[in-house]
Design a protein. Structure first.
Length: 360
C-alpha cells in the first residue's frame, strides 16, 4: 500500500467542489494535520483568493480568512503539469448531476493516477460509485456519506449548522483486493478525524447510503418543490404527515427489498427531527433551485425509486415527488439553453414536443 502514498507524513489531497460540504471537508482534513489540501474553486475563487473563507461553524466556531494550502480555479492535469505530485486522494464534493454532462468520471480523469489515487465520493445519492469503478478499475473508491448541514450563504461565506458527521465506506471493486479499498477508507477516516468532527468507518456502504436517503428523498426533495425550510414543515405538521413520513416509509421498504436493510420506525422519527429546530434549515437541493441551478434529483430520488420499482415495492409518494422534480429540472434546463422549445401549432403540440426533444 506504500504505492498509494499512505507512508508519507501528509497525504496530498485534492478537493473538487468548495461550497459548504467541500470547504468544511478541506478544513477538517487540514485541521487534522494529516493532509495538505488543494481545493478547486469556481465562482468563489476570486473572493477566496483575496480574503479567504469566512466560516461560522457549529463544530469549529467562527474562522475568518481561512484558506487551504493551495487553491485553484481549474482542475489540475497531473500528466501535463510536471510540477504537480500525484494526488493520494481526490475528494469529490460537487453536486452529482447525473442527467447532464460532464460526468464525475470525466471531470476527475486528469487527476487520477492509475493504481495510486484513492477516489473519495462525498456526495449524495445511490449507485454513484459504480460508474467510477468502471472508469478507474485499478483505483480504490471510497464512499462518503456526509451529515453536516453546511452551505455557502454568499461567495466565500460558509454557514455550518449541524455537527459534522461523516460515514466512510470502502466500495467493492472486483479488480483489486478488498483489503486495499478497506485500508484506503480507514486511512481517509484517520485523515478526516479532528477535534469537533465525527468520522465513522462503516464497512457496508449500502446501509449508510439508504439511511441518508431517508432525509434526502423526503426533506431535500419536498423542500425544493415547496420552497420551504425544514422547521416550517414541522410546524405545519400536515407536510410531515402527508409527504415526509410516507416518503421515508417508502425508502424504508425499498431498503429492505433491495439491500436487505432494516431501518426502524424509530430511525424515521429521529430523521424527521434531525435538523435543529432553530436553524430553519434550507436543504441543499432547495438552495440549488433557488439559485437557478440544476439539481441532483436523479441520484437522490431517481436511483432508489428505480431500484424499488424493480423489486416490486410500491412508491406512490416518491413517484409523484420525482415527477414534479423532473418537470422543475426541465424548466431549469430550458432556462440555461439546454433544451429548445420549438414553435408548433396547437394541433401538433402533443407529439411535436416529444419528437423535438428526441423522445420516441
Amino acid at each position: 500500500m506504500g504505492s498509494l502514498g499512505f507512508d508519507a507524513p501528509k497525504h496530498n489531497v485534492l478537493v473538487i467542489g468548495s461550497g459548504g460540504v467541500g470547504t468544511m471537508a478541506a478544513y477538517a482534513l487540514e485541521k487534522g494535520g494529516r493532509a495538505t489540501v488543494t481545493a478547486v474553486l469556481r465562482s468563489n475563487f476570486a473572493v477566496v483568493q483575496k480574503r479567504g473563507f469566512d466560516i461560522d461553524s457549529r463544530d469549529h466556531g467562527k474562522i475568518s480568512g481561512w484558506r487551504p494550502s493551495h487553491i485553484r480555479n481549474t482542475i489540475p492535469n497531473t500528466a501535463e503539469e510536471a510540477q504537480l505530485q500525484p494526488y493520494d486522494f481526490v475528494v469529490v464534493t460537487t453536486k452529482n448531476i447525473a442527467d447532464i454532462p460532464p460526468s464525475v468520471a470525466t471531470l476527475i480523469a486528469p487527476v487520477v493516477t492509475p493504481g495510486r489515487t484513492v477516489i473519495a465520493l462525498l456526495q449524495n445519492g445511490l449507485n454513484i460509485e459504480k460508474p467510477i469503478v468502471a472508469a478507474f478499475p485499478n483505483n480504490p473508491v471510497i464512499s462518503g456519506v456526509p451529515y453536516i448541514g453546511a452551505s455557502q450563504s454568499s461567495l466565500g461565506n460558509i454557514k455550518h449548522v449541524n455537527h459534522d458527521k461523516l460515514i466512510i465506506s470502502p466500495f467493492s471493486n472486483p479488480n483489486i483486493p478488498a483489503s486495499r479499498c478497506e485500508r484506503a477508507a480507514e486511512e481517509f477516516q484517520r485523515a478526516y478525524s479532528c477535534r469537533g468532527v465525527t468520522c465513522i468507518y462503516e464497512p457496508n456502504v449500502d446501509a449508510a447510503r439508504w439511511k441518508k436517503l431517508l432525509y434526502n428523498s423526503s426533506y431535500n426533495t419536498v423542500a425544493t418543490i415547496l420552497r420551504m425550510d425544514t422547521s416550517r414543515m414541522r410546524v405545519s405538521e400536515h407536510i410531515i404527515d402527508s409527504l415526509i413520513r410516507p416518503a421515508m416509509q417508502e425508502i424504508q421498504a425499498a431498503a429492505k427489498a433491495v439491500a436487505g436493510l432494516d431501518i426502524s420506525d424509530e430511525t424515521i422519527e429521529e430523521t424527521i427531527r434531525i435538523d435543529t429546530f432553530e436553524a430553519f434549515f434550507r436543504p441543499s437541493m432547495l438552495q440549488d433551485a433557488e439559485k437557478g441551478n440544476l439539481t441532483e434529483f436523479e441520484n437522490i430520488l431517481g436511483e432508489p425509486l428505480r431500484d424499488a420499482e424493480r423489486h416490486g415495492v410500491p412508491t406512490p409518494t416518491l413517484r409523484v415527488i420525482y415527477s414534479i422534480l423532473k418537470g422543475l429540472q426541465w424548466q431549469t434546463m430550458e432556462s440555461k439553453g439546454l433544451i429548445t422549445v420549438p414553435q408548433v401549432s396547437s394541433s401538433t403540440m402533443k407529439y411535436g414536443m416529444r419528437a423535438a426533444n428526441g423522445v420516441a
